[in-house]
Design a protein around this ligand. Structure first.
Ligand SMILES: [Zn+2]
Length: 558
């Protein structure tokens, strides 16, 4: 080989490397590609991408084709890009009980007789709790910090008042009031939560899934028993009990308390201030014992790709970046008297003819963002850690895909150092022009203060930086969005998360969430923020520290 030939080879190799670099990295995330992909994914041909439909399958194939072309490694089942998600319909016979010991007296209450368990109580076990805290209304909202600052971890929390106190806006804080058990158990690590039974709805709505939920299998054959609940989670894991109690139970529970139940009940129904105190000498024993029978399994798919890390040690650890690629589908009923019956979402005035909910922002925007991120990492310089990209199925029906992955992960869950979730990043909140440079971060500081700090650093690398708003990270957020997208499936396993969103708008879950309304330059910049955040986390020499200090950033945070 002549000297000239060698230098030509070197030149070609150099050019090759340069063009490979140019193909990836942050600058590869451009409005043009995002728009091309989203135009297809939110077209009518994809039928609104409802779970268990052809439209969602076409979307999965579309994403997988690109992953292959970009050299992203498969991260699903059997060496492929797809992970089959099993959506199980379950019938339950619940024998669970609670035994209450007050001083020397003890009484046992069965499920449905004084106490009501959720339909899914998890694995069989016995749980004894000797610290019982009465927490008034059980709220942590401005003016009512009933729990915050008290030691709740490991305790049973009892609260009253179906409607909350009279000085809170009952309508606005409806989700906060109905989420009290979850707040105590998931955020403050209570061992159990006991709330008041609603006499008007007792026996209903406790499982979250109606009998018709998911009924959509091919017809014919013998009738099948209706499931009591639908889940993609394992049934052999413990779940902290969140129960509702009738007067008979509460009367006994408070029988040696400093304030009698009758008095508390009167105050709660008048929505007057309630005291809070420890119930001394009270022990609760939950005997959790349910028999589950699978009556149906429906199948859908997560799409998963991996870009391998460059560090020989750290590449066995992962940053997970995800979005949900499903939406709510289409109306199969015909127009009746100018109305659209059985619509899967809201019908925008003047758009009654439109029968397809295209979900361009929700979550087409996140879907294409994660595509751009997969290509940026695959074709750019690989960070030390591996990055796993996941497009979750069935988020709209109850976080199906992410709950499944968190219980049946394709990489070890304890090797996931953080999860970044993108859901609706292509619009301005409430269509306000003043929101043009704003992105909302939710949950970023709740499990790892360090992760939040990393995201702020990442934002400073953008020119100009985005305005980060923490309003929706407030525990009193009326929409409670922290619990409402796929990141929560990871957070509930203790994994630090960030949820990136640009907020709700009039086309949210409406048949007019169309690609024509997407702000592509903004979508590009928010995707670049996720890129810079993922890059920094993937290059950290230690996993983001899990200090679990809970939300400190919230409404009013600059
Ligand atoms: Zn969504």
């Amino acid at each position: 080989m002549t000297r000239r030939a060698v230098s030509v080879v070197i030149l070609v190799l150099t050019l090759g490397l340069v063009s490979m670099q140019a193909a990836g990295g942050r600058s590869s995330i451009t409005p043009g590609d995002l728009k091309d992909w989203l135009t297809f994914l939110s077209s009518d041909e994809l039928e609104g991408r409802a779970v268990f439909t052809e439209g969602l399958g076409i979307a999965a194939g579309y994403i997988q084709g690109y992953l292959q072309a970009w050299g992203v490694k498969p991260g699903g089942d059997h060496g492929g890009y797809l992970q089959t998600v099993r959506v199980r319909g379950v019938k339950v016979v619940n024998h669970s009980t609670v035994t209450v010991r007050v001083g020397g007296e003890s009484r046992t209450f069965k499920d449905g007789e004084g106490i009501t368990f959720p339909r899914n109580v998890g694995a069989k076990r016995t749980l004894t709790i000797d610290r019982v805290e009465f927490a008034g209304y059980g709220l942590d909202v401005p003016g009512h910090m009933d729990l915050r600052g008290r030691t709740i971890e490991g305790a049973a929390v009892v609260f009253l008042g179906l409607n909350g106190p009279k000085d809170i806006d009952q309508q606005a804080l409806r989700r906060v009031v109905t989420g009290r058990s979850r707040h105590a158990i998931d955020q403050l690590r209570a061992a159990a939560a006991i709330g008041p039974a609603n006499p008007n709805t007792s026996g209903q709505g406790r499982g979250g899934a109606s009998a018709s939920d998911g009924a959509g299998g091919r017809g014919g054959g013998a009738p099948r028993p209706a499931p009591d609940f639908t889940t993609t989670q394992r049934l052999d894991q413990p779940i902290s009990p969140a129960v509702t109690a009738t007067d008979a139970f509460l009367d006994f529970l408070f029988s040696k308390a400093p304030v009698r139940y009758d008095e508390l009940k009167k105050k709660a129904s008048d929505r007057d201030p309630l005291p809070s105190f420890r119930l001394d000498g009270v022990t609760l024993t939950f005997n959790i014992d349910a028999d589950y029978q699978l009556v149906r399994t429906q199948l859908t798919e997560n799409v998963i790709g991996i870009v391998e890390g460059s560090d020989p040690q750290l590449k066995s650890t992962y940053v997970v970046v995800g979005a949900h690629y499903d939406h709510v589908g289409y109306a199969d009923a015909e127009l009746t008297d100018g109305r659209r019956p059985a619509a899967p979402g809201r019908v925008t005035a003047g758009a009654t003819e439109d029968r397809i909910w295209n979900g361009a922002d929700d979550d087409g925007s996140g879907t294409v963002a994660v595509m751009a991120l997969a290509r940026a990492f695959a074709q750019g310089v690989h960070p030390k850690r591996s990055v796993l990209f996941i497009w979750h199925a069935g988020e709209e029906r109850g976080l199906y895909g992410s709950r499944y992955f968190a219980d049946y992960p394709t990489v070890p869950l304890d090797k996931i150092v953080a999860q970044l979730n993108i859901d609706m990043i292509g619009r301005n909140r409430d269509d306000k022009k003043s929101e043009a440079n704003t992105v909302y971060l939710v949950g970023s500081d709740r499990i790892s203060t360090e992760l939040d700090k990393v995201s702020r650093d990442a934002n400073r690398s953008l020119q100009p930086p985005l305005k980060i708003d923490y309003e929706m990270n407030d525990p009193a957020d009326p929409e409670q969005v922290y619990y409402r997208s796929d990141h929560y499936s990871y957070a509930s396993k203790g994994i630090p998360i960030i949820f990136f969103t640009t907020g709700l708008h009039p086309d949210y879950h409406a048949n007019t969430d169309d690609v024509s309304k997407i702000e592509f330059p903004k979508l590009t910049r928010v995707t670049q923020l996720v890129y810079e955040t993922a890059l920094r986390v993937a290059n950290l020499d230690h996993p983001p520290v899990r200090d679990n200090k809970g939300p400190r950033a919230g409404k009013g945070t600059p």
